[in-house]
Design a protein around this ligand. Structure first.
Ligand code: ATP
Ligand code: MG
Length: 437
């Protein structure tokens, strides 16, 4: 993409209502624009990152055996009345009445709807386990939308739902998602640790939040250091027994302040104890028959008898992740994108647009990096060098190649690594090889 043909409305001033780094940087870098409290437009740069995160989440869900579908944003209130959630959900639910006086709502989540789809589609245990997901906008009329897209009112969520014949089998589905989440966050270039979450009235040990450690996090986190350092499971067979991967993590202490158990934490060796702030980016949950019971979601069991299915739900905050990744990865000059989610693979800065040699080399780099699939952003504007450098730092692409008249005379361009700040003078060929190799 040529910068002169792109839409990148940067802000010079840091907006005063933005108090955390990710919110400031997303506004300054022209990634989002607020339209109403907690409701955002995703401008081209932000949209690109959002789509990259969404795609990684999708690939890891698919790999784990979940099947993608798409449910609507607007739901009928009827299903929510069946489960009793229409009244229980409270003022966070945006309620809408259509022209026929039908009560509708903008979905904050989809357990009720997916359970209805399931009960009318599946009659036999032989079709289980079933694991379905979608990636769809949600609306929650949060009391205090804040921190930009971190706590929005409209936000993009991946939500998966599992259906199993009994608790033991539901546990296997839960483990699938547990492992898929570890791989997902690792691919996104961040460390997210599974911490024990409140299982609610169901009890048991099957509710985990995945949190990214960052100073601006809303929850306090207490964890065993080894959990943070543990490598992701990687290429596992999702049809095999995954309890080894899960158990070795569950054995290490990790809880948010809500679930914190002082005595259990004290049993962790002192040099392994870690207290930090965390951002919740995912939540997985086994809820048994909470929805299937009131909605009559039954299948014929192996014994021929109608059996109420056991369910679980598994969320990832896709839009929140954009901000959370920035919280975990930025410096004084701007965002530092992990390569997997960077909006462009590299930047090209032409310091003297209109100069025959500079234009020729910059165009060559642009063509070759594009051809190699790196999706470069070419700064072909007539702005001053300083403006170009700070803009490139702000939007945080992994590499920037600078083409200037002085270097060209020596046959070199400068390659800067955004993360380390290291600069190297390289021939055009070597620069291309470095970025595409
Ligand atoms: P929180 O405790 O942060 O309010 P939650 O527990 O209500 O979140 P879940 O119902 O578990 O959220 O939703 C699944 C995921 O969706 C969360 O882990 C989070 O990443 C994301 N999410 C929830 N609420 C919001 C929001 N208001 N804005 C952006 N993302 C959100
Ligand atoms: Mg939650």
């Amino acid at each position: 993409m040529r910068l002169t043909k792109y839409f990148l409305p940067l802000l010079k001033e840091t907006p005063s209502d933005a108090t955390i780094a990710s919110h400031q940087l997303m506004l300054r870098a022209g990634m989002v624009r607020q339209n109403s409290a907690g409701i955002y437009s995703w401008l081209p740069l932000g949209h690109k990152v959002l789509k990259k995160i969404e795609q990684i989440v999708r690939e890891e869900q698919d790999r784990a055996g979940a099947v993608e579908m798409l449910m609507p944003t607007i739901q009928s209130a009827d299903l929510w009345k069946e489960t009793g959630r229409y009244d229980a959900y409270g003022p966070e639910m945006l309620r809408i009445t259509d022209r026929h006086d039908q009560e509708m709502l903008y979905g904050p989540t989809n357990e009720d709807m997916i359970t209805d789809i399931f009960r009318t589609s599946v009659q036999s245990y032989k079709r289980l386990p079933a694991l379905l997901y979608h990636i769809q906008w949600k609306f929650r009329d949060e009391r205090r939308p804040r921190f930009g897209v971190m706590r929005g009112r409209e936000f993009l969520m991946k939500d998966a739902y599992s259906f199993d014949i009994d608790e033991a089998s539901a546990r296997q589905s839960y483990y699938r998602m547990f492992v898929a989440y570890l791989n997902t966050f690792a691919r996104l270039g961040i460390k997210a640790i599974p911490v024990k979450a409140d299982p609610g009235p169901i009890g048991g040990d099957l509710s985990h939040e995945f949190v990214i450690l960052a100073e601006s996090g809303e929850s306090g986190v207490f964890a065993h250091r080894d959990l943070v350092e543990m490598a992701p499971p990687g290429d596992v067979d999702f049809d095999s027994d995954l309890s080894g991967e899960v158990d070795k993590r569950m054995a290490l202490y990790a809880a948010t302040d809500e679930m914190h158990d002082e005595a259990a934490y004290d049993a962790v060796p002192a040099d392994k104890r870690m207290e930090a702030r965390g951002i919740e980016v995912g939540h997985i949950f086994y809820f048994g028959t909470k929805y299937s019971e009131p909605m009559g979601a039954k299948v014929q069991g192996p014994d021929g008898k109608p059996t109420t299915i056991h369910g679980g739900s598994y969320g990832i905050g896709v839009s929140r992740l954009v901000a959370a990744i920035i919280e975990a990865s930025h410096d004084d000059n701007g965002i530092v994108w992990p390569a997997s989610v960077a909006p462009f693979g590299a930047g090209i800065i032409n310091l003297k647009v209109g100069d025959e040699a500079c234009d020729r080399v910059a165009e060559e780099l642009y063509a070759k990096l594009s051809e190699a699939g790196l999706d470069p952003l070419y700064d072909d504007s007539s702005d001053r060098g300083g403006v170009k450098f700070s803009r490139m730092d702000l939007i945080g692409l992994p590499f920037a190649i600078t083409v200037g008249p002085r270097g060209i005379k020596d046959g070199v361009v400068e390659v800067k690594d955004r993360r380390t700040g290291e600069r190297e003078s390289l021939s055009v060929e070597a620069a291309i090889a470095k970025l595409t190799g």
